[in-house]
Ligand binder design. Structure first.
Ligand code: TUI
Length: 312
């Protein structure tokens, strides 16, 4: 595949960003994706600043290719991480779960490329005006914290609304998803769930296996009532959560239930009582592979091109 303008801007070979899965996307995964020609991302989530700093320094040792850091804007230490990426000379920042407007000037002054995740046309336009280099339009098929619109509806509307490159995210798990994203006008894709089962991903094996055996209808959305909707694989915790939401229990009770739940699944492998975040495409994902194998499959578009020329 030829490099496009997004590849040139990010300094990568394939227009693919690895999704920033909190507590999962560490230096091992990010460096493996970058070494395979994509853009690896370290997810800072709500991790302490020292952990994020160590992961950035470790990634620098594991790859000489560009990688990025994701700032989760709901985190208490988002401001500290926003400054850290400047001090550490990180090349690219992606953001999630909020509006990063107040940090953009600082990042630009430090030569950091800024790629916010947006879930609406309005935020995409605001980000372009504020100086974003590209935007990631993420549909609600994605795992974790999500917006309202689907990828199919969101991506072309964002493409028509802004002049910066648009990266499609949510529900993309193989080369057909990549081709579809390009047909919608995207210049790249962001992929989370498929990289979650990569050989280089250090998430607990129980979590990987849960994604591998997942069926199409296995994800549910919890947290709509708290204003923080999150897509997870259904389990004991998600059922408890949904029951409390149905009973209109106070937000504090729901927040208490959710506290530490992601770490429980990611680190301890407790896939029954932990939060197993994954996208709707989990049902398509059937095996562990290296990041290189995943990227090669996703951009082996020659066969698809022939199929397309038969269709249109
Ligand atoms: O950020 C994500 N996904 C995440 S973050 C995360 S950690 C977490 N854990 C527990 C509760 C909440 C978060 C797990 N998954 N994806 C990027 C994303 N951002 N998706 C949707 C959005 C988004 C939604 C609304 C971005 C901005 C927005 O509006 C902001 C505004 O002010 O208009």
């Amino acid at each position: 595949m030829r490099k496009n303008s997004f590849c040139n801007m990010a300094g990568i070979d394939y227009p693919i960003i690895q999704g920033a899965m909190a507590w999962i996307a560490d230096s091992s995964l990010a460096a493996a994706v970058s070494n395979a020609g994509g853009l690896g991302i370290i997810a800072s989530g709500n991790a302490p600043i020292e952990i994020v700093k160590n992961e950035i320094r470790r990634a620098k040792k594991l790859t000489d290719k560009p990688f990025g850091v994701n700032i989760m804007l709901l985190s208490d230490n988002a401001k500290e991480v926003a400054k850290l990426v400047c001090d550490e000379g990180v090349k690219v920042v992606t953001t999630g779960a909020g509006n990063p407007g107040k940090y953009i000037d600082m990042w630009k002054e430090h030569g950091v490329k800024v790629i916010p995740v947006v879930a609406s046309v309005a935020l995409a336009k605001r980000m372009e005006r504020a100086g974003a280099d590209a935007v990631i339009a993420e549909g609600c098929e994605a795992g974790g914290h999500i917006g309202e619109l689907t990828t199919m509806a969101l991506v072309p509307q964002v493409v028509d609304a802004v002049n910066v490159p648009v990266i499609a995210a949510g529900g993309i798990g193989d080369k057909r998803g990549v081709a579809a994203a390009f047909m919608l006008g995207a210049e790249g894709v962001q992929v989370g769930t498929r990289f979650l089962v990569a050989k280089e991903c250090t998430v607990h094996p129980n979590y990987k296996n849960r994604v591998i055996i997942a069926k199409d209808i296995d994800t549910v959305i919890t947290g709509k009532s708290t204003g923080h909707p999150v897509r997870v694989l259904r389990n004991r915790l998600s059922r408890q959560f949904q029951l409390l939401e149905k009973q209109e229990e106070p937000i504090e009770k729901l927040e208490e239930l959710g506290k530490g739940a992601l770490v429980k699944a990611v680190k301890d492998g407790d896939i029954h009582n932990g939060s197993v975040m994954a996208g709707q495409i989990a049902g398509l994902i059937s095996k562990e592979e290296t990041c290189e194998e995943i990227i090669e499959e996703m951009f082996d578009l020659i066969g698809l091109k022939e199929k397309l020329s038969e269709l249109i």
